[in-house]
Write a protein that binds this ligand. Structure first.
Ligand code: GTP
Length: 597
């Protein structure tokens, strides 16, 4: 296809504003898929994504569209991930296209994620077409939302498309706007090959599938190609496009988006943002701005039943094959035995992986406290990257400690602003900016990532009744007064509950954790002290009283089935507990103990 007849675009939207519905509708109305093959939410293929209503892996589709001028255009849609954890992947896929549809729910307005993603689109020099969705709803306020887009984002919204992705209103106009308003891609067919690796994933039949955008040159079947970030050479064995099913093509030229397979074994061998060129007569310099995405949140995953360790290894290895940003290494914990220290892009990423292990592989897990990477400057000048508070070196050898900080953007209706400011303040935040757009406030905070990885997002949702939206970016490292807090249960340290805390908050945190654990740990036949300590010094303490009566005693005289039920329930509960010395600690204690309310 010649460049003038190609349009490449992505859809930028906040969760639930209708990105998938719009994509489905664009595909359907151009007859890309036969009606009967049209599954709902075609682009969100994974179960978890569907269940949680979020799009994780970027997907793509090529649509043929006959425009009003009678000419046929190729429209390539790249579906970008919608969550903050995947900001880097979003930024790469933005570089692969020239324009964006900015979808805003016209009953809701602009949200923090819309902002973050639209700024990435602006950074990538996109032409942006605003689309006001859900105009079929009585609560739709297109004029107000147009104004808001202009005020908050600063782009012209006077020509915004008025759309109902659900009922199909405005879809033909939107297709026409894609052709008329978005620029055609540029590229040089005669130049050495430069293809951007936009995404990759594992397919059990075909192996690793690599999504590419050709910038310059031509890519053909059987070409020998080089991945410039690591110099590996592969032979292309399949080349094609998504419609959205895979369809082979002879070649991909400048401006085109498609896939290749090349006997690549693992997704880990491919890096989003990498440049692919020919082995011979290849490009000298890669496309600018490549950096592999790095895990920022770490936690331990341990099987509840230690006999399932090998199954867990198997599950983790399989998941890692398909996810280059998920890292793992074996870990032994005095308390939990054998498990894995795993690295994630963020908390959502952590939750998704943990859920998949539990659900798809049927392994009950204990998840230890999530931690960020601390930089520890030793007195002898060495710099240690600490991923696990349990590995904290001897304090006398430590000069100082730095922690990662983020810039958080929160959009919230006026009436909840006070609560949001308090929450940020409580989490050691420094206010950077506060502005208004209509009745909504936009606050920008500088926060320590460690205060956010845990339950910040949950707390934010609860204090704002779900009306706030949140987005963040890592900004760098800063020194602070941080210490390792250990938890002792029945005088035994439980390493999996160690956390890094700010010195000024250690007492408060320690007390809260001991109280929580006291509620979470079932009573035993003996008294159990629960303590928080820094170094050797106990800073908080609770005592769990001993159990006296038989649990079935209260069913005394009751019928036998009830009694059996109670015992069964106890047994089921037992399975999800681990023994620490003589004490059984239930699975949920490891996560719940850290939540602050
Ligand atoms: P993520 O995939 O989670 O990012 O969400 P999304 O932005 O793709 O939203 P999705 O398309 O899943 O739509 C969210 C909800 O809004 C669904 O329940 C849709 O049925 C509904 N919806 C989408 N478009 C419209 C519309 O035009 N009108 C109405 N009434 N509902 C819509």
């Amino acid at each position: 296809t010649d460049l003038a007849h190609i349009r490449n675009f992505s859809i930028v939207a906040h969760i639930d504003h209708g990105k998938s519905t719009l994509a489905d509708r664009l595909i359907q109305s151009t007859n890309t898929v036969a009606e009967r093959d049209m599954k709902e939410q075609l682009l969100d293929s994974m179960d978890i994504e569907r269940e949680r209503g979020i799009t994780i892996k970027a997907n793509t589709v090529r649509i043929d569209y006959v425009a009003q001028n009678g000419e046929t255009y190729v429209l390539n849609l790249i579906d970008t991930p919608g969550h903050v954890d995947f900001a880097y992947e979003v930024s790469r896929s933005m570089r692969a296209v020239e324009g964006s549809l900015l979808v805003v729910d016209s009953t809701q307005g602009v949200e923090a994620q819309t902002l973050a993603n639209v700024y990435q689109a602006i950074d990538a020099n996109h032409e942006i077409v605003p689309v006001l969705n859900k105009i079929d709803l009585p609560a739709s306020e297109p004029e107000r939302v147009k104004e808001q887009i202009e005020d908050v984002i600063g782009i012209d919204a006077s020509d915004a498309m008025l759309v109902s992705a659900k009922s199909g209103i405005g879809i033909p106009e939107t297709l026409e706007a894609i052709v008329q308003r978005l620029p055609a891609p540029k590229g040089d067919r005669a130049a050495p090959l430069k293809a951007m690796l936009v995404d990759s994933w594992y397919d059990s039949y075909l192996g690793v599938i690599v999504l590419v955008r050709i910038m310059d040159g031509v890519l053909k079947k059987n070409d020998r190609v080089k991945f410039m970030s690591n110099g590996t050479i592969h032979q292309v064995d399949r080349i094609g496009v998504f419609r959205p099913a895979m369809q082979p093509v002879d070649e991909l030229g400048p401006g085109e988006i498609g896939f290749i397979t090349a006997s690549i074994k693992q997704v880990r061998d491919t890096r989003v943002g990498d440049t692919i060129t020919h082995e011979k007569k290849g490009a000298d310099t890669p496309l600018p701005g490549f950096k592999p995405s790095q895990p920022v949140v770490f936690c331990g995953l341990f099987p509840v039943d230690s006999a399932e360790f090998e199954d867990l290894r198997d599950a983790i290895e399989k998941l890692a094959l398909n996810d280059a940003s998920f890292s793992f290494e074996m870990e032994t914990s005095a308390a939990l035995g054998f498990g894995f220290r795993c690295g994630f892009l963020g908390l959502l990423h952590l939750e998704v992986i943990r859920d998949r292990i539990e659900r798809e592989y049927n392994i009950d897990l204990i998840t230890t406290a999530p931690s960020v990477i601390y930089h520890i400057y030793m007195r002898d000048g060495e710099l240690i990257e600490l991923h696990n508070p349990a590995d904290m070196p001897d304090l006398s050898k430590v000069d100082h400690l730095e922690e990662p900080r983020i810039k958080a953007t929160i959009l919230v209706p006026d009436e909840y602003l006070g609560d949001v400011l308090k929450l940020c303040q409580d989490r050691r935040g420094i206010q950077m900016d506060l502005t208004y757009a209509g009745t909504r406030a936009m606050v920008v905070y500088d926060l320590p990532l460690n205060e956010v990885v845990f339950d910040f997002y949950d707390r934010l949702k609860s204090v704002t009744k779900g009306y706030a939206s949140f987005d963040y970016q890592l900004t760098g490292y800063r020194q602070d007064n941080l210490v390792k807090m250990s938890i002792l249960v029945n005088d035994e340290p439980v390493d999996a509950l160690s956390t890094m805390v700010h010195r000024d908050r250690a007492e408060m945190r320690g007390r809260a954790m001991c109280e929580k654990l006291k509620d979470l740990i079932p009573r035993h036949m003996f008294k159990i002290p629960i303590q928080a300590a820094i170094g050797g010094k106990v800073i908080a303490r609770e005592t769990l009283a001993a159990l006296r009566k038989d649990v079935t005693a209260k069913c005394y005289g009751g019928d036998a089935t009830r009694k059996r039920k109670l015992l069964d329930k106890q047994k089921a509960g037992k399975k999800k507990m681990r023994q620490f010395g003589k004490v059984d600690i239930p699975q949920e204690a490891f996560i719940s103990a850290l939540k602050m309310d």
